[in-house]
Design a protein around this ligand. Structure first.
Ligand code: ATP
Ligand code: MG
Length: 400
């Protein structure tokens, strides 16, 4: 079927007042961005709806991309035809015949926004239905639970007819919810956490703690590649790379082994909070899931969290590993995440990390360190990279 237009629907129910403008503007901008490689396609907004005029671009390829635009609740590939009864009948027949398997039951739904069209909407539906029944054998009308609904919209700019509604990714357009700084490791969880935050409409920046030479250039490249996967849902991701070797070495040399991980994470928090303030992020996010490992007990979360005041969002907190892994496969980060490069948390892993650390004890053990100087120095030497989608602009066989 040679569709003309993709009609886009978005979460109208969730929108009120001023938010609506921000939402629609961000959705328009993000849709235009992701469809840039399809240079003939035009994205338009018109009276509370949005559509893509294909102008000959491939509908399936465009719809594949729309699956990555948060804020879209569903979309429909649509024919744009002349507003005459004959044209509508013909298009309805073509659409019906293009479906496989052929549905047994259908109904027609008509909206007449252009009152210059002479036939009332109920009557249009009746005539189109009658036409289909006469021309396609074995078809029945079912007004309550049809297998297919043919929707006809008669508007001043043209008549639109479609019979498929495809679910979109939902959520909010990236950019409407403010900025969040994601603690991005090379593991399975944190990229998924980042994706889930983007789904809520945040602009994502990422921070990675790197312990060169204990961790290699390859492990840093892996983190860049993961950040780049995330850019497929929302443009650029700014990556802050923190040199963490000095701090880790100081902790290892001066603090008790069972608290190494706890203290190391408290430093990550302090540094992340400062970087977030500098870059305008209002919250941090991590890939932690309650109980998953020793450092993710409630006691541990408390002890680690107590050194900062900024909210730390944990979108995976209640999810099982299998659920997280399923998403990581769907967003295509899984294969990268399981590459076996060393990680700054694994190199100093003591045999028996404490599972119920206490903030007072952690603080006492930290007294031997010059916390402020170590943090300030790491923040000072943090390097910023802009990770963009560039490399993938011609990549059409995306998963989402
Ligand atoms: P992940 O799969 O995201 O690495 P994990 O199950 O391995 O998670 P941990 O290694 O305990 O769990 O890390 C918990 C969280 O701390 C991560 O999800 C991530 O948000 C953050 N984190 C861990 N290591 C780093 C790092 N080197 N740089 C930035 N953030 C990190
Ligand atoms: Mg990890």
């Amino acid at each position: 079927m040679n569709y003309d237009v993709i009609l886009i629907r978005y979460g109208e129910l969730a929108l009120k007042g001023r938010n609506r403008d921000d939402f629609e503007e961000a959705l328009l901008r993000n849709t235009k961005n992701i469809l840039r490689p399809f240079f003939k396609a035009k994205v338009r907004r018109n009276y509370g709806r949005m559509y893509v005029e294909l102008n000959g671009e491939d509908a399936d390829a465009v719809m594949e991309r729309l699956q990555r635009v948060f804020g879209i609740s569903s979309f429909s590939p649509t024919l744009k035809i002349e507003g005459t009864e004959e044209a509508i009948k013909q298009a309805a027949t073509e659409l019906m015949l293009s479906l496989s398997p052929r549905p047994a039951t259908f109904r027609v739904e008509t909206r007449r926004a252009d009152k210059r069209f002479p036939i009332p909407s109920m009557e249009v539906s009746r005539r189109i239905g009658g036409h289909l029944l006469r021309n396609i054998p074995g078809l029945k009308v079912d007004l309550h639970q049809p297998e297919v609904t043919i929707s006809v919209e008669i508007r001043t700019e043209g008549t639109f007819i479609s019979c498929l509604t495809i679910p979109g990714p939902g959520g909010f357009p990236v950019g409407v919810s403010g900025k969040v700084l994601l603690l991005l490791s090379g593991g399975i969880d944190s990229p998924v956490a980042g994706w889930m935050m983007m789904k809520r409409g945040v602009t994502l920046e990422a921070i990675h703690f790197h312990s060169y030479p204990f961790t290699s250039e390859r492990s840093l490249q892996k983190v860049r590649d993961l950040a780049q996967k995330l850019t497929r849902w929302g443009g650029t991701v700014r990556l802050h790379v923190v040199p963490f070797t000095e701090i880790q070495t100081a902790i290892r040399d001066k603090c008790p082994a069972d608290y190494l991980i706890t203290i190391m994470r408290r430093f990550m928090m302090r540094i992340a909070e400062q970087v977030a303030k500098k870059t305008g992020a209002l919250a941090l996010a991590s890939g932690e899931s309650l109980g998953q490992v020793a450092s993710q007990t409630l006691e541990s979360m408390n002890t680690i969290n107590s050194v900062i005041n900024m909210p730390l969002l944990r979108p995976l907190v209640s999810m099982d590993k299998t659920e997280i892994t399923d998403i990581s496969r769907r967003i295509d980060t899984f294969e990268l995440s399981i590459l076996p490069y060393e990680d700054c948390c694994t190199i100093f892993t003591p045999k028996n990390p404490v599972t119920r650390p206490k903030p007072e004890i952690a603080a006492r053990y930290e007294e031997v360190l010059d916390i402020d100087a170590l943090v300030a120095d790491a923040v000072e030497r943090t390097e910023v990279e802009e990770i963009t989608t560039k490399r993938q602009e011609t990549d059409f066989d995306d998963l989402f």
